[in-house]
Design a protein around this ligand. Structure first.
Ligand SMILES: Cc1cc2nc3c(=O)[nH]c(=O)nc-3n(C[C@H](O)[C@H](O)[C@H](O)COP(=O)(O)OP(=O)(O)OC[C@H]3O[C@@H](n4cnc5c(N)ncnc54)[C@H](O)[C@@H]3O)c2cc1C
Length: 536
């Protein structure tokens, strides 16, 4: 069975004529629409799958892309709609990728069926920085300035990257652990530590990228001997292993494509691209599958015992709200990092030896609700670009990230008027800072100034982000024990809907100042383990 979204003037009788389907067959499939002349604009209508029905070419075109010859096998939605999946994952960013990898790693050939749907297309087969032609300017244009890749969300400065791999194709890969306040974080620290270790290993997180770099060591010494004994080399998700026994480590920077690849070598799964999930399907209160649409507006129902939404902090609540899933916290408690970003400069004359890169983290602590990052000189991670001209004066980046309180009034809601081309309501986003958030941001800015003074490199610029800016939004499907204040339980399962899970940044109940992806991946792996236990 397929789903067709009715046009303005459609009725069952007109659809039967349009698709050359027997009217009584159509009525039988759509028993909830008893009157064949009832206007159906915007309604989903079930059509039979039988290929003998001819379809007008103006409505349906051949779905793209084709799996043959592409760098990852893909399936068609038509084929996937004939399978009942044990697990169906929506989205292939780090959240969806991590769950997929863990399930495939643990299940191997046990007969369980896994499907994945991704709204975007195959774009890059690796992190953008692993591509040889990429230099700082080209990457900056791709990661920050490209309207083709980065799609603004609801008039804010937040962006989505709708493609296989999600935003991990261009992320900066900074991967510190987060301070998790025990009263507000429902997973015990010992368990988080265990899953952090698994996530760090899977994402190749280490702090050796800048270790031994002379300028980094000099700045670290100044910081540690000054007021920052906790200053450390920046933890990065980068595979720095040398080739051993012919095993080549050439994809240095981690992206979710690594998860998809590792999963593929453990267990086959079906992946449909250009497949936008629009609604979750439930039966008798339990999850039963997902409505998915192609860019040419074909609709399919994919059946699944378990559905995992990993469509991001904005994509996941949008699907849930559009599906009519009830939950007081769904879409609420939107959080982000407050941030100040700037540059500092130094002159090579003062450092007349091999410089090396700078990557330093002054981590958050229980008492310090912000972190400071130093990173540079500009473009240092583009190791292929051997022609970078010698410069006397060099710029490096410095940023302070502060925590933002989770508050009910910061939220995403469905726009009552505007719909996208798939008929999904657009999002409306509201996020502003509390007095506490503003105070923390002010402290982070002061700390950044002190840090540059301790390392002896003058600050050139410093400016705060707006609340609706940056890449660290989270919290719209927060986990917790109380359905009144949380959307999911402590394993990411939506309260009251067995089998429906969330695994992306939206699940954070609170967010420390650390960059979020490592913590989210650790949680996603834990969610996969819980599903494995349940589906035994
Ligand atoms: C330039 C940049 C630098 C960053 N640097 C860092 C960093 O250094 N450290 C860090 O921790 N984080 C960083 N981030 C943030 C990091 O990328 C995100 O935390 C992470 O990607 C979130 O993963 P996710 O799976 O929740 O969402 P995403 O990566 O956004 O993935 C969501 C996926 O779902 C798909 N999707 C959306 N809607 C649907 C739908 N309806 N149907 C099907 N599929 C759908 C999307 O196409 C996408 O593939 C950075 C981000 C950017 C853009």
């Amino acid at each position: 069975m397929r789903i067709y979204v009715a046009d303005k003037s459609d009725t069952l009788r007109k659809i039967a004529q349009k698709f050359h389907i027997n009217l009584s067959d159509l009525i039988a499939l759509n028993s909830r629409i008893p009157d064949p002349d009832h206007p159906l604009a915007g309604f989903p209508v079930y059509l039979p799958l039988d290929p003998s029905y001819s379809e007008p070419g103006s409505i349906y075109v051949t779905p793209a892309p084709v799996s043959e010859g592409s760098w990852i096998p893909t399936s068609s939605l038509e084929k996937m709609s004939q399978t009942e999946y044990d697990v169906l994952i929506v989205g292939t960013g780090p959240g969806g990728g991590a769950v997929l990898w863990r399930l495939c790693e643990q299940w191997r050939n046990n007969g369980k069926k896994i499907g994945v749907v991704e709204a975007g297309n195959l774009l890059l087969p690796t992190h953008a920085r692993n591509i040889e032609t990429m230099n700082f300017k080209r990457w900056f244009d791709l990661a920050y300035n490209s309207p083709r890749l980065k799609i603004p969300v609801a008039g804010t400065k937040f962006v989505q990257l709708i493609a296989v791999g999600g935003r991990s194709l261009v992320w900066t890969a900074v991967s510190p652990r987060m301070y998790l306040p025990p009263q507000q974080w429902p997973v015990p620290q010992w368990e988080m530590d265990m899953y952090y270790r698994i996530a760090e290993q899977a994402m190749n997180v280490s702090n050796v990228y800048t270790a031994g770099s002379p300028i980094n060591q000099l700045f670290l010494n100044r910081l540690r001997n000054g007021r920052y004994p906790a200053a450390m080399n920046l933890p990065l998700a980068a595979d720095l292993e040398p080739t051993r026994y012919g095993e080549i480590h050439s994809n240095v920077f981690f992206s979710s494509i690594s998860f998809l690849a590792k999963a593929l070598y453990r267990k086959p799964y079906d992946l449909a691209v250009l497949a936008r999930a629009v609604q979750v399907v439930t039966e008798k209160g339990c999850v039963a599958g997902v409505h998915v649409m192609t860019p040419d507006k074909r609709s399919y129902v994919l059946k699944a015992k378990t559905v995992i939404l990993s469509a991001s902090t904005f994509g996941t609540p949008r699907i849930l709200l559009h599906s009519g899933i009830q939950g007081n916290a769904i879409g609420h408690y939107l959080i982000n990092h407050s941030a100040v970003r700037g540059t500092f400069k130094f002159n090579r004359k003062d450092y007349p030896y091999v410089l090396g890169p700078i990557g330093i983290l002054i981590p958050e602590t229980e008492k310090l609700p912000y972190q400071v990052l130093l990173d540079g000189p500009m473009g240092y991670q583009f190791y292929h670009d051997k022609q970078t001209p010698f410069q006397e004066e060099m710029d490096a980046l410095i940023a302070g990230f502060g925590t933002v309180e989770p508050r009910y009034e910061n939220k995403v809601t469905l726009d009552p008027y505007k719909r996208d081309e798939y008929g999904m309501p657009e999002l409306q986003i509201h996020l502003d800072y509390s007095e506490t958030d503003k105070a923390i941001l002010g402290q982070a800015a002061e700390e950044v100034k002190r840090v540059t003074s301790v390392i002896g490199a003058p600050l050139v610029s410093l400016a705060p982000d707006e609340p609706i800016d940056g890449d660290h939004e989270a919290g719209t499907c927060r986990m917790g024990d109380d359905p009144a204040t949380s959307a999911t339980d402590r394993y990411g399962q939506i309260h009251g809907v067995p089998g429906l899970y969330v695994a992306d940044n939206s699940i954070f109940p609170v967010m420390g100042a650390a960059n979020p992806t490592l913590t989210m991946v650790a949680l996603a792996i834990r969610t996969a383990d819980n599903i494995i236990r349940k589906l035994k």
